[in-house]
Design a protein around this ligand. Sequence first.
Ligand SMILES: *Cc1c(COP(=O)(O)O)cnc(C)c1O
Length: 397
Amino acid sequence: MTSFDDELNLRLTALREQNLFRELRRVDSAQGAQIQINGRPLLNFSSNDYLGLANHPALKEAAIRAVTDFGAGTGASRLICGSLAPFHELEAALADYKKTEAALAFATGYAAATGTITALTCKEDVIILDKLVHACIVDAARLAGAKLRVFDHNDLNDLADKLAWADKATAGESGRRTGRILVVTESVFSMDGDRAPLREIVALKALHGAWLMVDEAHGTGVLGHQGRGLADELGVSGQIEIQMGTLGKALGSAGGYICGSRALIDYLINRARSLIFSTAPVPAAAAAATAGVRLAQSAEGDARRRALREITAGVRLACGLPAAEFMSAIVPVILGDEAKTLGAAARLREQDIYVPAIRYPTVARGTARLRITTTANHTAADVAQLAAALKNAGVAI
Ligand SMILES: *Cc1c(COP(=O)(O)O)cnc(C)c1O
């Protein structure tokens, strides 16, 4: 295998030279405000466990109960004999939470995106994406083989232009449409933490008879009544054909979901290849996710969201951002240069704080950043420690 390995080592060297080399850091503790990395306790400002549920007793107990009652594995795809009761309970809880007719659970958010977008579109269709959507949506759109157009981030004029183009591209000879138009955006953008203008996007897609899919990976659990998401906060959930999200961030477990009409869910059960051709995830994950959904809807969920807002305001202040404005639990500090960002993250680690350096291809070249994320489990003392460390590292005011 030497020539194979030589080739790969050359490619790895190129990544190192560009400061784009990545490696896994082993974590020897549960998720929380403190994590143990390489034997050292670090203050963790890097996880998407926004409500602090990943290590919550209610979720752990639900997972343990599911293992006791349903075992460790599922034995087959959902379509064969793997559709264990915890998935059905989770789907009922999700549909009730999001106020949709139905819901479908996937192994991951990534699988939800690829399964759904490839099921709904084909090469006659047009998919229009916000420039900053997550890699799983980009991959799904490529896999679908549809004509792909990208609009500038949150730019409604550019979206209107792309929709006008799509109208023409999907118009048949007799004026009857030969293809569908699918617009996909995130509600809260994963690396910038800003929000999509969903009301205006809903109005535009309706004007053009397009379908809209919104990825609420970072909105679910955090925004809207009971944390139902940004679409709920803006009162447009009922006008979004496909609501997507993950169970692995604020909801504290793992998995992905699609919420929408009964017809959409029945169609996906028949056509979503990532669901059909993959073993059902473990019942423990589904049961923990159901407990996460219930917790998000409870008084404790409200208290955790209030704590999250307070912690985030403190972090925003430390980063020189308007503190009163709560956009999301993601606070990016854009430094631009990859080496500079790696250096800043290393200086924070020296001060016992873990914040990831996000680089290409996760974000565009030259927009490398520290991505600080907050959780309901952080304390005011944690924020003070972060603020001081940022100052020492020379990356904040
Ligand atoms: C994390 C993420 C996903 C993928 O969800 P997983 O459950 O982690 O696979 C999809 N979309 C966005 C915006 C995300 O941040």
